[in-house]
Design a protein around this ligand. Structure first.
Ligand SMILES: Nc1ncnc2c1ncn2[C@@H]1O[C@H](COP(=O)(O)OP(=O)(O)OP(=O)(O)O)[C@@H](O)[C@H]1O
Ligand SMILES: [Mg+2]
Length: 248
């Protein structure tokens, strides 16, 4: 099983949109587990479910097994562990390694080809738990100055996590989102990211497409839509590029 964490501390940078479309696209040909680690529960909504008030992925921090939180979604091969909507991470002092130990003890890797984790826009124990199991981290970012700063901060967090656990560094990819080719600042931001982190880390950008916002109303990720859209095309290209990198 390959675990792909979608994260950026900056809010509103299309983490959830990316997690939902990536997970669903992968599920066309593989078995996929989606963990909605953000208590907002938007990834759960994105795959036709709802965040839970009783049992969700955050229940593992309260003693539950991960498997008991699994529910079916809009796609046969996509399983969701929904967000536990009122879980307050700051009520607990030491949550390190919980997800890692659940993965190991429940042999989660034997049941799925991919695990996608949507993370909250915070640098907290939830994000750290996710980074501890990451084979790859995708950082979606809106291409402007603060977006570039946020990518730098995420890069440091990823290096730090690998160093603390003495585990190999996750494969890191940076995904420009809501990219508008007519805006000069967007091109400048891409250049800054290439210079700072290497152009091989950048994926082809995701353009602006209102269908990517509308999909949350219907619980149908755009990659499942009958009609092709720009958002669908861009997320299919991104998934292909990610798989090439992970296999290469
Ligand atoms: N390419 C796009 N084109 C148009 N709208 C988009 C695009 N990507 C995301 N959006 C919209 O932008 C908003 C933020 O996206 P999303 O919720 O995926 O970000 P996020 O990083 O998960 O946010 P949060 O930090 O709150 O978890 C949403 O309303 C989403 O529908
Ligand atoms: Mg989100």
């Amino acid at each position: 099983m390959k675990t792909i964490v979608i994260s950026n501390r900056k809010g509103g940078s299309a983490k959830t949109t990316t997690a939902v479309n990536l997970a669903t696209q992968l599920a066309q040909e593989a078995s996929v587990l989606l963990l909605d680690f953000d208590t907002q529960g938007h990834a759960s909504i994105g795959v036709g479910c709802a965040p839970s008030e009783s049992v969700g992925v955050h229940s593992i921090f309260l003693g539950a097994t991960l498997s008991e939180t699994f529910i079916p979604t809009v796609h046969d091969r996509l399983t969701l562990s929904p967000a536990l909507v009122f879980f307050d991470v700051y009520e607990y002092s030491d949550l390190r390694g919980v997800l890692r130990s659940r993965f190991k003890r429940e042999k989660i890797a034997d049941f799925f080809d991919y695990c996608i984790i949507d993370t909250p826009p915070t640098f907290d124990a939830l994000l750290k738990n996710a980074l501890e199991v990451a084979d790859a981290v995708v950082i979606p970012f809106v291409p402007h100055h603060l977006g570039v700063v946020a990518v730098g901060q995420m890069m440091r967090a990823i290096y730090q996590s690998a160093a603390v656990l003495e585990r190999p560094l996750a494969e890191v990819g940076i995904l420009p989102v809501m990219f508008n080719p007519h805006i000069k600042e967007h091109h400048e931001a891409l250049e800054k990211v290439k210079t700072a982190f290497g152009k091989e880390k950048l994926f082809s950008p995701i353009g602006v497409d209102i269908k990517l916002s509308k999909q949350f109303e219907t619980g149908q990720p755009v990659v499942l839509a009958a009609q092709r859209s720009k958002g669908m095309k861009d997320y299919c290209t991104f998934t292909r590029e990610l798989l090439q990198r992970m296999d290469g």
